[in-house]
Design a protein around this ligand. Structure first.
Ligand SMILES: [Zn+2]
Length: 212
């Protein structure tokens, strides 16, 4: 493989990018001056140096001076720790956060559960989620914080999103029942096939209000 082919393969791994678009990126880069490529590659390495994955919610964040292992949402004492919203990916969290209608905690599942899949546990963070529910829903969650009492499942209204909702409910049902934690799903304010990341603030607000 020559450099253009290698780069094309890399761009093809980007979300939503196919072969044709990947090639267009490569041609675009070829047409730019050398400084452009230099800036781009140094920004990419900088990004990796500055980013950490929060050990509480698993989102990526730019770490602060203290090199805290948890992100600013999880570290914020004003966040409502009685609700936990489970989303597919970082981008969904950002959309909900921007809508300013939800003030609880988040958990990033790391993907959706495919309808036909044998080894689900290796693809999404179910084990980590169960551990988090046990820790935050149990009596040992510390005196100051509100105990977790509601989990909101917030996945896309696609067949895969619905399957993930169904699958996850089954996985966490017994634990949530024993800890007296309610499980709800984002309301049907989102139209069919809608992805959270493309939803506007009002849609998210309605979906939250109509959760069931
Ligand atoms: Zn976090």
């Amino acid at each position: 493989m020559d450099t253009t082919e290698k780069l094309t393969e890399i761009f093809k791994e980007f979300p939503g990018i196919g072969e044709r678009q990947a090639k267009r990126f490569v041609y675009f880069l070829m047409s730019r001056n050398p400084d452009y490529a230099k800036t781009l590659s140094s920004l990419i390495s900088e990004l990796k140096k500055e980013v950490l994955q929060c050990k509480e919610c698993f989102r990526f964040f730019i770490f602060n001076k203290e090199k805290s292992k948890i992100c600013e949402i999880c570290a914020n004492p004003n966040v409502d720790s009685s609700t936990l919203m489970i989303v597919e990916k970082d981008f969904d969290l950002e959309s909900v956060r921007k809508s300013k209608t939800y003030h609880g905690k988040y958990f990033i599942l790391g993907g959706l559960v495919p309808v036909v899949e044998k080894n689900t546990h290796s693809k999404v963070r179910i084990k980590e989620l169960l551990e988090k529910i046990s820790a935050e829903g149990g009596s040992a969650s510390g005196g100051k914080k509100d105990r977790l009492n509601e989990i909101i499942l917030a996945f896309a209204l696609s067949p895969q999103g619905n399957h993930t909702d169904f699958y996850l409910r089954n996985q966490i049902k017994d634990l949530c029942e024993s800890l007296n934690i309610k499980i709800s799903s984002l309301g049907r304010g989102l139209s069919t096939g809608t992805e959270l990341e493309y939803s506007d603030n009002d849609t998210i607000k309605n979906a939250l209000k109509n959760r069931q």
